[in-house]
Design a protein around this ligand. Structure first.
Ligand code: SAM
Length: 245
C-alpha cells in the first residue's frame, strides 16, 4: 500500500486531504482510482488507512477507515544522534542509515578535528539533510520525520546533555568499556539517549573528558576502527538490540 506523510492539520472529520507533490504523485504517477486504499502518517506516530473518495483539481480527499500507532516507532527508546560533520556526501549517508535504524533526531556538530568547512553552504546543506531524513523516514515507514538540526559545536552539545537519561560517546581510544558494560551498571532502562560520534579525525582526549564531565559514558564499538559513517548506525543497532520493545 502506498504511504504518505501528512501534517496533522490535513486530517479532520474522518477525512484526510492530500495536495501538492503527493497529490500529483497519486493522481498522475500512481493513477489511484476511487476506493483505492492508501496509508497516511501524521508524522506524530499514528498511521491511518484511507480510501480515495473525491479527486479535485489540486487535492483529493480520502475517507479514514482505521488508525493505529506507526509500527516504525517505539515508546521505549528515543535516540538523538550527534554526528561530527564528515566530508563530502557522507553526512547524507549517515542520516539515511540512522533514520532507518531509528534515530529520533540528528544534530551535526563541528569539533577540534573537523576537516570540512561549510561556510555559506551551511543553510543549503541543512535543507538537503532534512530532505534526506524525510525520504529515509518515508522509505523505512517511520511514524515521525526525524529532525535534522542546524550545525552546532561539540561544546554547545555538551551543554544540552542534561536532557538525556543516558549519554554515550563512541570513542575510538576506549579499550575497556562497551555498551554492554555501561548497561550492566544502570539501574533503570533509559528512554532518551544521546549518541555522540566523532568526525573522520576522531575525538581529542579533552573532548571525551568534557562529555564525561557532562555525565556521558565513553564506549568502544569493538576491536576495529569503523568509518565515521558506519559508527552511528552500529551503535544504534546495539541500542535497538538491548532496548527496543
Ligand atoms: N578515519 C576513519 C574515517 O575516515 O571515517 C575512521 C574515523 S573514526 C576515528 C570516527 C568516529 O567513529 C570516532 O570518533 C568514534 O566516534 C567512532 N568510532 C569508530 N570506530 C570506533 C570504535 N572501535 N570504538 C568506538 N568508536 C568508534
Amino acid at each position: 500500500m502506498h504511504r504518505f506523510f501528512v501534517s496533522p492539520g490535513q486530517i479532520e472529520d474522518g477525512l484526510v486531504t492530500i495536495e501538492g507533490e503527493d497529490f500529483k504523485h497519486i493522481t498522475k504517477v500512481l493513477r489511484l482510482r476511487d476506493d483505492e486504499a492508501i496509508e497516511v502518517c501524521d508524522g506524530r506516530g499514528t498511521d491511518y488507512i484511507a480510501c480515495v473518495e473525491t479527486v479535485g483539481k489540486d487535492s483529493l480527499k480520502g475517507r479514514i477507515l482505521e488508525s493505529r500507532p506507526s509500527r516504525g516507532e517505539t515508546d521505549s527508546l528515543r535516540v538523538t544522534l550527534f554526528q561530527g560533520v564528515p566530508k563530502g556526501q557522507k553526512m547524507e549517508s549517515v542520516i539515511q542509515k540512522c533514520v532507518e535504524a531509528g534515530a529520533a533526531s540528528i544534530v551535526p556538530f563541528t569539533s577540534e578535528r573537523t576537516v570540512v568547512k561549510l561556510g555559506d553552504k551551511e543553510e543549503k546543506k541543512t535543507r538537503r539533510w532534512q530532505r534526506v531524513a524525510y525520504e529515509a523516514a518515508k522509505q523505512s515507514k517511520r511514524g515521525i520525520i526525524p529532525h535534522v538540526a542546524e550545525v552546532t559545536t561539540l561544546s554547545a552539545v555538551a551543554d544540552t546533555l542534561d536532557n538525556y537519561d543516558l549519554v554515550l560517546i563512541a570513542y575510538e581510544g576506549e579499550e575497556e568499556s562497551s555498551l554492554k558494560d555501561v548497561i550492566s551498571c544502570l539501574e533503570f532502562d533509559p528512554e532518551r539517549i544521546a549518541v555522540i560520534i566523532g568526525p573522520e579525525g576522531g575525538f581529542a582526549p579533552a573532548e571525551v573528558a568534557m562529555i564525561e564531565e557532562a555525565g556521558g559514558y565513553s564506549v568502544s564499538l569493538g576491536r576495529r576502527i569503523l568509518r565515521t559513517e558506519t559508527a552511528g548506525v552500529v551503535l544504534l543497532a546495539q541500542l535497538n538490540f538491548f532496548y527496543e520493545d
